[in-house]
Design a protein. Structure first.
Length: 355
């Protein structure tokens, strides 16, 4: 039996499972999925979990069941590409014949002193839970500083405003305007929402140091009861430690078939893969579909296509609380209620395995 091991139960490897199960997995292949927790977590919704507007159960999806699918829960300590072994913290190493690495990302602190110690995170479900506890135990009129004006920071700030209208929320963004890489219509709409709802957007921010209860912006201290970091990501540390070629962001450089050069049995999916797009759940799923097609052809000794098709991304959607949103769909800017409805619909389709 061939042993296919999936590292991480994120969006990429969940799509691998949905593509292979129940009917497309060869009879001579077994799958072992290794993850820290016994369910798939909807990472794109961690901001709402942290803000306290959805329950823990709402951001969890059960893994599929199949006679050839085995689950192993625990902490991975090393990926041994030479011996084809996955080393675990509290159990025996797991051997593999084929490996798909989908371990996701971690916060990137840009070497800012104290940022990794004195800030909260929403990068894992455990960290999002901890952030929820901290934010929702704050007394009235506390100051929450959110560092990073990208999608995660914007969604967290707006959701927290609806959850805790008594808090003073500051959102620190490096750009001259919020979402400066988006069309002006979207940037202006989001800025107006924050103005109307009392979120203080600090533009052209430059965080130079973080101490307990103090954020230094352009070296000026900002008193903060809680600081949440959403200002950048990097691949999981296990991937950064792997002996493989990386790009400037530390992501693994791959062949056109999504495997490590010189090793057609090891694939990398999602945030850890060097691709010509910004990391996203949508991109990880598109890549996973292609990985499955490549594996099936290799398993059956069929010739691979000369080129794989370009992964088509449908767009990006963000929320501003439960009633408003923004996004780009087919290169068209959308704002308001319809954007929020579309995002809710996409989430519903995904959760019920129809997307």
């Amino acid at each position: 039996m061939k042993k296919l091991v999936l590292l991480g139960g994120g969006y990429g490897n969940m799509r691998v499972l949905r593509e292979l199960l129940p009917n497309h997995l060869p009879d001579d292949v077994t799958i072992t999925l290794i993850d820290r927790v016994p369910y798939h977590s909807l990472k794109t919704e961690y901001y709402a979990l942290a803000a306290g507007t959805v329950s823990d159960q709402e951001v969890r999806v059960s893994f599929p069941e199949h006679p050839h699918l085995h689950m192993q829960y625990g902490e991975v300590t090393k990926i041994d590409l030479e011996e084809n072994l996955i080393h675990m913290a509290n159990s025996d190493p797991v051997p593999y014949d084929e490996l798909i690495i989908g371990l996701g990302c971690e916060d990137k602190f840009h070497n800012i002193p104290g940022a990794n110690i004195h800030t909260h995170s929403i990068q894992t479900i455990g960290k999002a839970r901890d952030t929820y506890q901290t934010l929702n135990n704050l007394p009235a009129n506390s100051v929450v500083s959110i560092v990073g004006g990208g999608l995660s920071g914007i969604e967290l700030a707006s959701e927290l405003r609806e959850s805790r209208p008594d808090l003073k929320i500051k959102l620190f963004d490096r750009g001259k305007t919020i979402l400066s890489s988006f069309p002006e219509r979207i940037s202006r709409y989001v800025q107006n929402w924050f103005n109307t709802n009392g979120v203080d957007v600090v533009n052209e921010a430059n965080i130079t140091k973080v101490e307990e209860g103090i954020l230094y912006n352009n070296d000026e201290p900002v008193q903060s009861d809680v600081i949440v970091w959403t200002a950048g990501i990097q691949p999981n540390h296990l991937v950064r430690e792997m002996d493989a070629e990386k790009d400037q962001q530390g992501r693994v450089v791959l062949t056109k078939y999504h495997n490590i050069p010189g090793n057609e049995h090891v694939y990398v999916v999602g945030d850890c893969a060097s691709l010509p797009y910004a990391p996203s759940a949508q991109l990880a799923e598109g890549q996973a579909e292609q990985i499955v097609q490549v594996m099936l052809k290799r398993w059956s000794d069929k010739e691979l296509p000369e080129e794989l098709p370009t992964i088509k991304l449908k767009g990006v959607l963000g929320s501003l609380g439960k009633k408003q949103g923004f996004g780009m769909m087919a290169e068209r800017a959308i704002t308001g209620r319809i954007a929020r409805i579309l995002k809710s619909g996409v989430l519903w389709m995904y959760k019920y395995h129809k997307g």
